[in-house]
Write a protein that binds this ligand. Structure first.
Ligand SMILES: [Zn+2]
Ligand SMILES: [Zn+2]
Ligand SMILES: [Zn+2]
Length: 177
C-alpha cells in the first residue's frame, strides 16, 4: 500500500556524485552501531531481532511496521508486531533508521543515510512517497535558520499534493479532484 515505486537502496544513491558511488549504504557500519546500542541497553541479539533488522535493510524505503511485519513473517510466522515495533525503535534510537510520519497515520521507517540527504513529496490520494534532493532549498533553509539565530541540526521538508499517476487517473475518468 502506498509505495508507488519500489525504491531499493541503490536507487537512492543515483544522485550521488559518480566518484562516490557504492551499491548500498554501509550496512556493516549500521550493524555495528546497533550492536553497540543494544549492548549499552543490556539487550541481546535474538534470531528474531536479527531477521527483522536484515529484512528492514533489504526492504524498500519508507516501510511501515505492518509491511515489515508481513515480510518478516514470510521467513518466520512466529514474529509478533511488538518485536518488530521495538526493533525499529531501537534502529531509530541509534540513528540507523529514520522514523517518518507522513500524515496517513502510519509510522514509516527508512534507512538513515550518512552521506546523502533527501526530502519528500507525498501524494494525498495514494500515499505514494517520492524523494527529492534540491540544494537550493537546503541552502535557503540554512539561511533562514541563520537569520533567526538558529544553529540548524536537522530538518524535514515535506510537500503534500497529488502525484502524476493520480492526476492521470483522475483525468482518464474525467473526475478532477
Ligand atoms: Zn532537506
Ligand atoms: Zn498518488
Ligand atoms: Zn525518504
Amino acid at each position: 500500500m502506498g509505495e508507488r515505486r519500489a525504491p531499493d537502496p541503490e536507487r537512492r544513491l543515483v544522485n550521488e556524485s559518480s566518484d562516490h558511488r557504492h551499491d548500498a549504504p554501509n550496512l556493516e557500519h549500521f550493524r555495528e552501531r546497533l550492536q553497540e546500542h543494544m549492548a549499552k541497553k543490556g539487550l541481546r541479539s535474538t534470531d528474531q531481532r536479527r531477521l527483522i533488522v536484515e529484512t528492514f535493510f533489504a526492504a524498500p524505503n519508507h516501510v511501515s511496521i505492518e509491511e515489515l511485519l508481513a515480510q518478516v513473517r514470510e521467513q518466520d510466522p512466529k514474529v509478533g508486531y511488538a518485536t518488530v515495533y521495538r526493533t525499529l525503535k531501537l534502529l531509530a534510537e541509534c540513528g540507523v533508521a529514520f522514523e517518518r510520519k507522513f500524515g496517513d497515520g502510519l509510522t514509516r521507517y527508512e534507512l538513515a543515510d550518512d552521506e546523502a540527504h533527501h526530502d519528500h513529496l507525498i501524494c494525498v490520494q495514494c500515499s505514494s512517497i517520492t524523494e527529492f534532493e534540491e540544494p537550493r532549498i537546503e541552502t535557503l533553509q540554512e539561511e533562514i535558520a541563520h537569520r533567526y539565530g538558529f544553529e540548524l541540526r536537522s530538518h524535514k521538508h515535506e510537500m503534500y499534493g497529488v502525484c502524476p499517476d493520480c492526476l492521470k487517473a483522475a483525468a482518464a475518468t474525467g473526475k478532477r479532484n
